[in-house]
Write a protein that binds this ligand. Structure first.
Ligand code: ACO
Length: 405
């Protein structure tokens, strides 16, 4: 759309779009806070967006503003409709749908008591403060790519999809085996997939959700039909095993989902966020140290806030209440964070999938691991609304809503 045929208005009213009956293009967005709804203003030229962003000054200068202008547009042949404030319209009627999940956890179990035999910690402290009972630690042959390959083969098997039918491979990881080639490229070869696009994605514990968002977008655009999204981590390699404040919290593992294009959702929406203004709170500063560094208290507070914000955003974007969510699958970092998030979102604790006790925090693998567990044990059933929420280093955070099909 060019600036020539576009008119922008400022208004106190909720977001309203005007669509031409003939062109079906959005012709105007009436919005009091265009910055806030920037992602809804995707149709605007930069000039038009700047006009909106200029706010009431622009509006009064140009003698426009308020809902009256919607009427004006209606008189000139446009149809108007109200949008939920943060709903992103889907550009096509193609959806993505998860048709198979799979996971892999290393065989080596390290209990809290085992850690307490070499560290000044205790099973009671770790359980009370985190809900973690044990973690899995990768052995020498268990690389990130190898774990990803086993989890992916299981997901493909459960989906009934041949590796040759995959159109895109995304591996979310902050613990790749090599700087390059990517873990995803190594995975492509291990699976015997075609020479399709394969890349790693770094968004810490939100990596899987970011991957889901990208794969969903690619499928919805009609560009591809089948995508493999994997979360795989060997967090044990980032840990200082003498630092009790971090090493008790993490574990290794991988999990994968197979997404295919579908006429109905499936994935209803996924939203990603990042704020890199305070990177030292949770990081691995490879210049100075190869170990994970964390300000536990600050991470705890942000994690609750990020998960709740992502959850609220999903409820609003999909126009549903917390009561209609069947399952909440949050990032598995700490039971107290999970419980606080569920409480603040008013989601009953019986609806919350918790696996952090079994494998500790596996970063990008944590949400697909929990999803696979809940699908495998029959909790998540056809038609269920599943809310996925992540938060991680960056900070990054994301929410997704799925109708299980
Ligand atoms: N065993 C025994 N004592 C411990 C241990 C341990 N493993 N670790 C810390 N302590 C001690 C501290 O030294 C401190 O002792 P002091 O009072 O004598 O100084 C005391 O316990 C309290 O420590 P805090 O760090 O203040 O305790 P806090 O209430 O913040 O809980 C915890 C610590 C559990 C780590 C919490 O901050 C937390 O869970 N934060 C979030 C961590 C997380 O989830 N990180 C990753 C998420 S994002 C991602 O995955 C990338």
């Amino acid at each position: 759309m060019s600036a020539r045929n576009f008119r922008a208005f400022w208004s106190d009213s909720p977001l309203v779009t005007c669509k031409s009956r003939t062109t079906r293009l959005v012709e105007a967005i009436v919005c009091s806070k265009p910055h806030k709804y920037k992602d809804l203003c995707y149709d605007l030229t930069p000039l038009s967006y700047n006009e909106l962003a200029a706010g009431p000054q622009f509006a009064s200068r140009n003698r426009v503003g308020g809902l009256a202008n919607v009427g004006l547009f209606a008189n000139s042949g446009a149809t108007c409709r109200r949008l939920s404030r943060s709903r992103t319209p889907r550009m096509s009627n193609i959806y993505s749908r998860i048709v198979g999940t799979g996971s892999y956890l290393p065989s080596r179990i390290v209990t809290n008591d085992e850690l307490a035999s070499t560290l000044d910690t205790s099973d009671a402290w770790i359980r009370t403060m985190t809900g973690i009972v044990q973690r899995r630690i990768a052995g020498d042959g268990e690389s990130t790519a190898e774990m990803a390959a086993i989890a992916s083969a299981r997901a493909l098997g459960n989906a009934g999809v041949n590796a040759r039918d995959i159109d895109l491979i995304i591996v979310a990881t902050i613990t790749p085996d090599l700087v390059f080639p990517s873990t995803a490229a190594l995975l492509q070869a291990r699976l015997g997939a075609r020479n399709v696009g394969a890349f790693d994605l770094s968004a810490a514990c939100s990596g899987f959700m970011y991957g889901l968002a990208l794969a969903d977008g690619m499928i919805a655009s009609g560009r591809l039909k089948t995508a493999l999204v994997v979360g795989a981590e060997t967090m044990s390699r980032l840990l200082d095993w003498k630092d009790r404040s971090t090493c008790v919290l993490f574990g290794d593992g991988a999990a994968a989902v197979v997404l295919v294009s579908a006429k109905n959702p499936g994935v209803r929406s996924v939203r990603m966020h990042a704020d890199g203004s305070d990177p030292n709170v949770l990081c691995t500063p490879s210049q100075r140290s190869r170990y994970l560094h964390m300000d536990g208290g600050a991470v705890f507070r942000f994690a609750v806030r990020g998960l709740v914000e992502a959850g609220g955003e999903m409820l609003e974007a999909n126009n549903i209440t917390a009561a209609s969510v069947d399952w909440l699958i949050p990032h598995q970092a700490n039971l107290r964070i999970i419980e606080s998030c569920a409480r603040k979102l008013s989601i009953a604790k019986e609806k919350v999938v918790v696996t952090v006790d079994r494998h500790a925090n596996t970063s990008a693998a944590s949400i697909p691991l929990a999803l696979d567990a809940a699908v495998t044990d029959g909790r998540v059933r056809t038609g269920d609304s599943v809310l996925l929420l992540s938060v991680g280093g960056g900070f990054t955070w994301a929410g997704g809503l799925i109708t299980w099909a």
